[in-house]
Design a protein around this ligand. Structure first.
Ligand code: NDP
Length: 215
């Protein structure tokens, strides 16, 4: 299986890349500032997406994992205000970035048989979870969830399944040291979810440990 992962230089993306490599799969690990073993991909930049798509040529991608994300308003109080630029920067990565990535690699996904797209959103995307705060991140992840479900409708005809996932509250730079689970736990759960994704479950919104999450 050939797997392309965005934001694979650290955190969940890197752990997924390590897992799939160790399992013997071909992994295209990407990063906006690549180091050894990674290819360049800034998901906010259409030229960067196009350059990597051209570099892959006619190679099929069996699983595209849209993992890159930012949480710029973490801990921001409503009274402090939410800058317009922070909205723009967050949406550029968490929403537009997902769409640009899917769009760029659609020919490679279509070249595979039964290809899949996994979008790493968050439980914070759900309309059932609105306890206040994190206005930008919540809205961006809700938009990514909507995007994923919309893509699921359009791409079913191509035989491409799309799943949207909450990876758990994970101990990464974003999740922080007091988060509930390790990247290894998140990864083994997510890998099982991606394996189970098919056209019957396309458009699903699931947690890392296999529960359907309310939209
Ligand atoms: P990290 O902050 O550890 O990693 C985020 C990754 O995204 C980094 O590799 C970062 O690269 C990359 N990235 C950010 N912007 C871009 C960009 N424009 N182009 C390419 N890559 C980019 O976060 P996690 O590993 O924890 O998060 C992974 C995903 O899981 C995110 O989508 C996040 O929202 C989601 N998530 C995480 C949770 C958690 O508890 N950790 C909970 C719910 C969802 P760089 O090093 O260049 O910044």
């Amino acid at each position: 299986m050939h797997i392309l992962i965005t934001g694979a230089n650290r955190g969940i993306g890197r752990a997924l890349a390590d897992h799939y490599r160790q399992a013997g799969h071909e992994v295209t690990a990407t990063a906006r500032r690549p180091s050894e073993g990674e290819l360049a991909l800034d998901v906010t930049d259409p030229a960067s997406c196009a350059a990597l798509a051209a570099r892959l040529g006619g190679r099929a991608v069996d699983l595209l994992i849209c993992n890159a994300g930012v949480y710029l308003d973490k801990g921001q109080a409503l009274a402090e205000g939410y800058a317009a630029q922070m909205w723009a920067d967050t949406f550029a990565t968490n929403v537009t970035g997902v769409f640009l990535t899917v769009q760029a690699f659609l020919p490679h996904l279509r070249a595979g048989k039964g290809a899949k797209i996994a979008i790493i959103s968050s439980q914070m995307a759900s309309h059932t979870r609105a306890p206040g705060g994190s206005y930008i991140y919540r809205a961006s992840k809700a938009a990514a969830l909507n995007l994923g479900r919309n893509l699921a409708s359009d791409l079913a005809g191509d035989g491409i399944a799309v799943g949207i996932y909450h990876p758990g509250w994970v101990r990464t730079e974003m999740g922080g040291d007091s988060a509930e689970i390790s990247v290894e736990e998140a990864t083994s759960g997510l890998v099982a979810r991606f394996a189970a994704l098919d056209l019957a479950s396309t458009g699903c919104f699931q947690t890392w440990d296999g529960r359907d999450h309310p939209y």
